[in-house]
Write a protein that binds this ligand. Structure first.
Ligand SMILES: [Zn+2]
Length: 277
C-alpha cells in the first residue's frame, strides 16, 4: 500500500527515532529494500532522485514504485528526492509520488521560499506532502561544500513556506567521505529541533557513522537519506565473488542491499517502535 510520510515523520519526531529513506535505482534495489521492510514489518520510504534520471527515468521509477509499493505487505512511501525544477516535481505530484522534495537550496533564501511555496500549494491541494532544504548539503567534491543551516533562517523558512519537513545541514555530505567519519554539529541540531516545529531530515547519511546517525535520530532527525552505502553494498557483493550466473549475482546484490537496509532500521531506532497505520 502506498501512503504519505506525514504521520510517519510526526511519529518519529514525537518518539525520538528516524525512518530510513532508501533511494532505488533499478528493480533489484527496490525489491531488496522492500524485503528488508517486510522482514522487520516496518513502513519504508523509497525514493527516486531526479539526478538519477540517466540511470532510471521518472516514468520507470513511478512504474516500479507503484507496482512494488502496492504489492508490498508493509506501508510504502514513494518519494521524489531532490526535485530540481518545478515542472518535474509537479509531474511527480500528479503521477503517483506520495511525497516530493523541491530542492532550491543552492539558490538564495527568497528564491528557495518562492519555489517551495509554488510546490507547496500545488502538492497540498492534491494531498501530497513536501520536503524542502535549507542550508546546503554538498557533495564531497572540492567545489561543493556543505553550509550549516542557520537556525533563524530555518525557522523563518518553515513559517513562510508551510512545508511538511525540512532537510537541514549539520555536517553530512552526499556520497562517501574522503577523510573518515564526519563531525556533525549536534549543538546546531538541538537548536534547530527547538526552533523548527516540523520534522527535520538528514541527507547524506551514507558512511556518516552509525554512532552519529543513531544520535541524530535520537536528537531530532526524523528521516535519514541513504543511497551511496546501498549502491556500494551491491557493488561489493558483485566484486568479492566470481559468479557463474547473472541471477546468482543479482541475488547476492539483493541480499547485500537488504542486509544493510535492515541494519539502518536498527541504527535509527525504527525497530524499537511498532508502527501501526
Ligand atoms: Zn540528498
Amino acid at each position: 500500500m502506498l501512503i504519505s510520510s506525514s504521520k510517519l515523520l510526526k511519529n518519529a519526531k514525537q518518539n525520538h527515532y528516524a525512518f530510513p529513506h532508501f533511494n532505488f535505482w533499478d528493480s533489484n534495489s527496490i525489491r531488496a529494500e522492500i524485503m528488508a521492510a517486510e522482514e522487520l514489518k516496518l513502513p519504508v520510504i523509497l525514493a527516486w532522485a531526479q539526478k538519477h534520471s540517466p540511470e532510471i527515468g521518472i516514468e520507470d521509477a513511478l512504474a516500479l514504485g507503484k507496482y512494488y509499493g502496492n504489492k508490498a505487505n508493509v506501508p510504502v512511501v514513494l518519494h521524489l528526492d531532490h526535485g530540481v525544477d518545478v515542472d518535474t516535481v509537479e509531474y511527480g505530484v500528479t503521477h503517483g509520488f506520495t511525497s516530493v522534495m523541491i530542492d532550491a537550496s543552492d539558490k538564495d533564501f527568497n528564491e528557495n521560499v518562492r519555489e517551495t511555496k509554488i510546490i507547496g500549494s500545488y502538492a497540498h491541494e492534491r494531498g501530497i506532502v513536501v520536503e524542502a532544504e535549507i542550508g546546503h548539503v554538498g557533495t564531497n567534491s572540492t567545489k561543493d561544500g556543505s553550509m550549516y543551516t542557520e537556525v533563524a533562517a530555518a525557522q523563518e523558512f518553515a513559517r513562510l513556506t508551510n512545508v511538511d519537513s525540512l532537510a537541514v545541514s549539520i555536517g553530512t555530505s552526499h556520497g562517501v567521505y574522503k577523510q573518515g567519519t564526519p563531525k556533525l554539529s549536534f549543538s546546531r541540531l538541538a537548536e534547530l529541533e527547538k526552533a523548527v516545529p516540523i520534522p527535520l531530515v538528514l541527507h547524506g547519511g551514507s558512511s556518516s557513522g552509525d554512532e552519529n546517525l543513531a544520535r541524530a535520530a535520537k536528537q531530532g532527525i526524523t528521516k535519514v537519506n541513504i543511497y551511496t552505502d546501498l549502491a556500494n553494498a551491491a557493488l561489493n557483493a558483485t566484486q568479492k565473488n566470481s559468479f557463474l550466473s547473472e541471477p546468482d549475482m543479482a541475488f547476492a546484490q539483493r541480499k547485500a542491499v537488504k542486509d544493510l537496509a535492515e541494519h539502518y532500521y536498527k541504527v535509527f531506532g525504527t525497530v524499537n517502535y511498532q508502527y501501526t497505520i
